[in-house]
Write a protein that binds this ligand. Structure first.
Ligand SMILES: Cc1cc2nc3c(=O)[nH]c(=O)nc-3n(C[C@H](O)[C@H](O)[C@H](O)COP(=O)(O)OP(=O)(O)OC[C@H]3O[C@@H](n4cnc5c(N)ncnc54)[C@H](O)[C@@H]3O)c2cc1C
Length: 304
């Protein structure tokens, strides 16, 4: 039976004796992460990864995710309860801005926690990881009303996030993308197209999933200079913040992979789904790169 022991001593040595963490107390969040606070946080993170996440790693991979006829997706047994523990512990908001309910602590700390979680159960950790990436893009490029509607629920983990770039005919060369956005009189857009390989695209861990989607506005230039970024919630949000109607986005199928079966990697079909522009028209890659940079860091941490 495999087990996992978080490398607390090594991490302590690196943070305290190699990087001299306390030297950076002049930077945002560092003064709040004193040695005893770091030790307490990392100690609890270690327990969560060792006792809750790792035992679900093998079982989650064997069982995998299940897509149902209505497009809904069930995660492996135990994932829902583990996700509840992650959100109740505030783990997703460790480095998120305090104004959206986060703890504002240094990313050095949240990436260390992420390293524990990825080592214990990478498939599970991706649900929160993608959410943190989508959060970062909205913090930098979101409009004030988008921030107030989406960020507090994403920072708490009540809602999760995704990154929708890849299409059946393009992955690396995103200038070829065909997903279409049509502007509506009320300022929103209708989004139609197919995205593939969307990590955490559909699941049963959260009440809503906030998709960040690259699409081309009707009449926009060809190539990468005609690509815009949209926020497209799975469930539309009413003016008072409550959940409204289902949006026109559904999981068409689950991708077949060699591993990471506990993470739902989805084909997502957008059919006149309502979305809102993030940032400026045709400048979508700027916003998406904030998320992609987070994702790249996440992939690097997964590789440790
Ligand atoms: C487990 C998993 C999770 C994923 N999660 C997500 C996700 O959450 N969201 C998402 O949007 N995508 C996701 N992806 C998709 C991933 O981003 C793509 O696989 C990646 O962008 C590469 O695209 P591709 O597979 O279509 O390969 P291709 O684009 O076909 O590339 C194959 C090779 O061709 C080269 N190439 C391609 N086009 C050109 C060109 N014009 N000129 C020269 N060389 C070229 C590339 O450099 C590469 O070496 C995921 C993939 C996996 C496996």
């Amino acid at each position: 039976m495999p087990s996992y022991k978080a490398p607390l001593e090594d991490v302590g040595f690196l943070l305290n004796d190699v990087f001299h963490f306390d030297r950076y107390n002049n930077l945002a969040g560092f003064a709040d992460a004193s040695a005893d606070v770091r030790e307490a946080i990392l100690g609890e993170a270690a327990k969560l990864s060792e006792n809750v996440l790792q035992p679900l790693n093998r079982t989650g991979d064997l069982e995998g995710c299940t897509r149902h006829a209505d497009g809904s997706v069930t995660t492996p047994k135990g994932f829902k309860d583990a996700y509840k523990q992650v959100t109740e512990g505030g783990w997703l908001g460790l480095s998120a801005p305090v104004e959206y309910g986060g703890q504002g602590l240094p990313v050095t700390l949240s990436q260390t926690v992420s390293e524990f979680q990825c080592s214990a159960n990478m498939a599970f950790s991706m649900y929160g990881g993608l959410t943190m990436g989508a959060t970062a893009a909205l913090v930098v490029h979101g409009k004030p009303e988008q921030k107030s509607i989406f960020l507090p629920k994403m920072v708490s983990g009540e809602w999760t996030g995704t990154m929708n770039l890849t299409e059946p005919h393009c992955g690396t060369d995103l200038g070829l993308l065909r997903t279409k956005a049509v502007k509506q009189d009320d300022g929103s857009y209708k989004i139609s197209g197919t995205k593939i390989f969307i990590s955490s695209g559909e699941h049963d861990l959260a009440d809503n999933i906030i998709h960040l989607v690259l699409a081309r506005i009707e009449g926009a230039p060809a190539g990468i200079k005609g690509v815009s970024l949209f926020v497209v919630p799975k469930v539309l949000v009413n003016a008072d913040g409550s959940l409204g109607d289902r949006n026109g986005v559904v999981c068409g199928s689950l991708e077949h992979k060699m591993g990471i079966h506990g993470n739902s990697t989805c084909v997502m079909n957008y059919d006149n789904a309502t979305g809102w522009l993030i940032g400026e028209e045709n400048k979508g890659m700027q916003g998406m790169f904030v998320m992609m940079n987070e994702a790249r860091l996440g992939v690097a941490v997964q590789g440790l």
